[in-house]
Design a binder for this molecule. Structure first.
Ligand SMILES: Cc1cc2nc3c(=O)[nH]c(=O)nc-3n(C[C@H](O)[C@H](O)[C@H](O)COP(=O)(O)OP(=O)(O)OC[C@H]3O[C@@H](n4cnc5c(N)ncnc54)[C@H](O)[C@@H]3O)c2cc1C
Length: 366
């Protein structure tokens, strides 16, 4: 009998496994791919404060670049720069990043079964039967970190994150972007009303370029964007996926069921940017600590309260996104001008938190 089974070896599942194993729980992770971190479908922009909160070194083997702010191109074509004047975020290779967390989890005692697809999870009395491509296992707790789609969770709980809030996204590696690699680039376009386009530089030449929209024909929109902004860049490999922009599931409320979704599966993503590595990882860590405490017969309440607070922050960020979505382009341009003013940059540099965005905008500190 496994004490805690984890479905999915992405960052949320691996961080949950690492934390529970460090707290003494017997943990098994099931990952359908043979190699952790594959396929890579992420820009890998992670705040330096987020890396520290996740207890991952800023200078790990996964580090590709460091950025100090964002350059924003408005829908009317002017550029503004939000410059913190100091390093703010790392650009990481998600393949190497996930592999490092897997190493940490294994070092802590978690077992990772690679190439094992979980086909179903069934209740078995107080516990669960985990039916995988590599055999059937029994577990006391299930952490569901299967990522976007969350087919197992929908089947098991009969519900999921808001289905209308997943947006198709295409990401490419481009060569010869011609931009200063010390900044991340955000493009607001009237023909991309659901999301911004971005270029995250890996170095002087290479960058990760993404565009997302619910409008059919995303490839055509991508061609238009490339023609407008990167006419001489060379396209290397591309991948298609989805990004979440809705409200999170409050996984702490599911704690009594002992089947707990975390990460993208639970919509633990910043709705403004679609970034889920840090916030999803932090919630997964708190949930895993709560499970380990329950297994030891201790009260999980403190860890659950901490997880609930982070989920609350994601709800505030989702609300912020809905408000921004209702703003007209001229008003959005004005907000960009204010945010990138001297005072805006000063505030961003001192108080700005790329992850706890709502709290940092409203000056709330926990
Ligand atoms: C194009 C793009 C760019 C992004 N850029 C950023 C960014 O710059 N910064 C940021 O923070 N976030 C970014 N994100 C979001 C980020 O990638 C996700 O929030 C993050 O990967 C979620 O981690 P996770 O562990 O919940 O899910 P995933 O990383 O999706 O991991 C889920 C894992 O579960 C496995 N799995 C699924 N089903 C099963 C099953 N039945 N059995 C066994 N294994 C299974 C999958 O193979 C996968 O390895 C981006 C997303 C996209 C699509």
């Amino acid at each position: 009998m496994i004490e805690m089974a984890v479905v999915g070896g992405g960052p949320a599942g691996l961080i949950a496994a690492r934390e529970a194993a460090r707290a003494g729980a017997e943990v098994m992770v099931f990952e359908e791919h043979v190699e952790i971190g594959e396929p890579e479908r992420c820009a890998g922009l992670i705040s330096l404060s987020g890396l520290e909160r996740l207890m991952l070194p800023a200078n790990g083997v996964y580090l590709q670049n460091v950025v100090r702010g964002a350059a924003i191109k408005s829908s009317t074509g002017f550029w503004r720069v939000l410059d913190a004047g100091r390093p703010m975020a790392a650009v990481v290779s998600r393949r190497l990043f996930d592999a490092e967390i897997a190493r940490q989890a294994e070092r802590a005692g978690a077992e990772i079964i690679r190439g094992a697809r979980v086909r179903n999870v069934e209740r078995d009395g107080e516990c669960f039967r985990i039916i995988t491509s590599e055999g059937v296992y029994r577990a006391c707790w299930v952490v569901d970190a299967e990522g976007a789609g969350a087919a197992l969770m929908r089947r098991f709980l009969g519900a999921g994150a808001e289905s209308r809030r997943w947006i198709p996204i295409i990401q490419l590696i481009v060569e010869d972007h011609g931009l200063d690699p010390r900044f991340a680039y955000i493009y607001l376009k009237d023909y991309l009303p659901d999301f911004f386009a971005y270029l995250i530089p890996i170095n002087d030449h290479l960058g990760k370029l993404g565009i997302a929209s619910r409008i059919p024909g995303l490839r055509k929109l991508l061609d238009r964007f490339l023609r407008e902004e990167f006419p001489s860049a060379r396209r290397l490999n591309s991948s298609s996926h989805v990004i979440y922009t809705g409200y999170p599931i409050d996984s702490t409320r599911l704690f009594p069921t002992r089947f707990i979704p975390v990460g993208d599966a639970a919509g633990h993503v910043k709705a403004t940017t679609g970034g889920g590595v840090v916030m999803g990882g932090l919630i997964a860590a708190k949930i895993a600590s709560a499970i380990a405490m329950s297994l030891r017969g201790e009260s999980p309440e403190k860890s659950l309260a901490e997880a609930a607070w982070i989920i609350g922050e994601l709800k505030r960020i989702a609300l912020l996104r809905r408000l921004i979505g209702k703003i007209s382009s001229p008003l959005l341009d004005l907000l960009v001008i204010l945010a990138t003013s001297r005072i805006g940059c000063f505030y961003f540099s001192r108080m700005g938190d790329m992850d706890f965005q709502a709290s940092s905008i409203f000056g709330v500190r926990r």
